[in-house]
Ligand binder design. Structure first.
Ligand code: NAD
Ligand code: UDP
Length: 315
């Protein structure tokens, strides 16, 4: 198949592109490097089926030829990053999604949207099934991401209903692994970078808020399985293994072999208090469930950052 993938230089995009290339598909990667890393393309350029186009996915893409899939993964994803780029984040998820839906329609391709567990906002239902409508503050700082992704889902399903366009939508829960940007400000990268630098780990608030962490290979497996199934509505992909941020901090310290005191910092506005995926739909529809336990995935991620030497040496 020939696949257009936006966000190919990002963390998830580069793993997904590599998997698709290994399966023998052709991938045209698109990225503007606003949060991605050029070095992530080094995993892709050895494949003959890979080509790359540096462009802003907010605007219509001037790309030639037929595609089987248009997959939209471009968007700032870490809260500190999307808070610094509020309008860019809204545009790539709103206008960018519309242009890519139009492209899919024109080239008779199927469309795949990377949405997020953030559509559930600060959830009042726990764990979160796809049928939960969410609890999003529409004017809070996080809304530039949450509401833009919600709009992208709405638009995608409107194209499906209006034109019969084949679509897939995934709601990705906190995903981590090698190739993340150590400076992106997300909790896993912050904790690992701080532990490897011998600095105190920064826990926001009292650390009682929870998240559930999925290793990137599990996510990619779920994506590939969903491509093979005709199901247009959103599907949660995440690992239900749930941790408080204090528990996660202690686990990272244990695995990295450090034991400095925790530094508490203010909790960001509208930070969700709890998050855990209900993955019954993915289990039934795709025969999928996460395989990599958090402890194992964190060890692999720590090993990657040590090997890359991008964070500094262990104390
Ligand atoms: P990332 O920041 O590593 O990757 C995003 C990529 O998109 C980057 O390479 C960036 O340069 C590119 N990009 C952003 N805006 C662009 C634009 N206008 N034009 C072209 N390229 C642009 O983040 P990620 O974690 O790999 O996230 C990938 C996708 O998955 C995003 O859509 C994100 O919202 C979604 N997602 C990720 C997670 C997670 O935990 N990693 C959770 C939920 C949703
Ligand atoms: N967090 C933290 N310390 C950090 C970075 C984040 O305690 O150095 C917390 C953050 O407040 C949130 C959770 O970790 O409760 C996950 O944050 P992240 O930015 O990774 O993603 P989110 O799930 O909020 O989008």
């Amino acid at each position: 198949m020939r696949i257009l993938l936006t966000g190919a230089a990002g963390f998830v995009g580069s793993h997904l592109a590599e998997r698709l290339l290994r399966e023998g598909h052709q991938v045209l990667g698109v990225d503007n490097f606003c949060t991605g890393q050029r070095q992530n393309l080094e995993y892709l350029t050895p494949f003959a089926g890979f080509s790359f186009f540096e462009a802003d996915a907010e605007r219509p893409l001037e790309v030639a030829g037929a595609f089987d899939w248009v997959m939209h993964f471009a968007s700032p994803a870490s809260p500190p990053r999307y808070l610094k780029m509020p309008l860019e984040t809204m545009r790539v998820n709103a206008e960018g999604t519309r242009h890519l839906l139009e492209l899919a329609l024109a080239r008779k391709a199927a469309f795949f949207l990377a949405s997020t567990s953030e559509v559930y906002g600060d959830p009042l239902v726990h764990p979160q099934p796809e049928t939960y409508w969410g609890n999003v503050n529409p004017i809070g700082p996080r809304s530039v991401y949450d509401e833009a992704k919600r709009y992208a889902e709405t638009l995608t399903l409107a194209y499906r209903r209006t034109y019969g366009l084949p679509v897939r939508i995934i709601r990705i829960f906190n995903t981590y692994g090698p190739r993340m940007d150590p400076e992106d400000g997300r909790v896993v990268t912050n904790f690992i970078a701080q532990a490897l630098r011998g600095e105190p780990l920064t826990v926001y608030g009292d650390g009682s808020q929870t998240r559930s962490f999925q290793y990137v290979d599990d996510l990619v497996e779920g994506i590939v399985r969903l491509m093979a199934v005709d199901y247009p509505e959103p599907v949660n992909l995440g690992n239900p293994e749930e941790y408080t941020m204090l528990e996660l901090a202690r686990l990272v310290q244990e695995l990295a072999g450090t034991s400095l005191p925790i530094a508490h910092e203010p909790l960001p506005q509208d930070d969700p208090k709890q998050r855990r995926p209900d993955i019954r739909l993915a289990r039934e529809l795709l025969g999928w469930e996460p395989k990599v336990p958090v402890r194992e995935g964190l060890l692999r991620t720590i090993a990657y950052f040590k090997e890359k030497g991008t964070i500094g040496r262990l104390p």
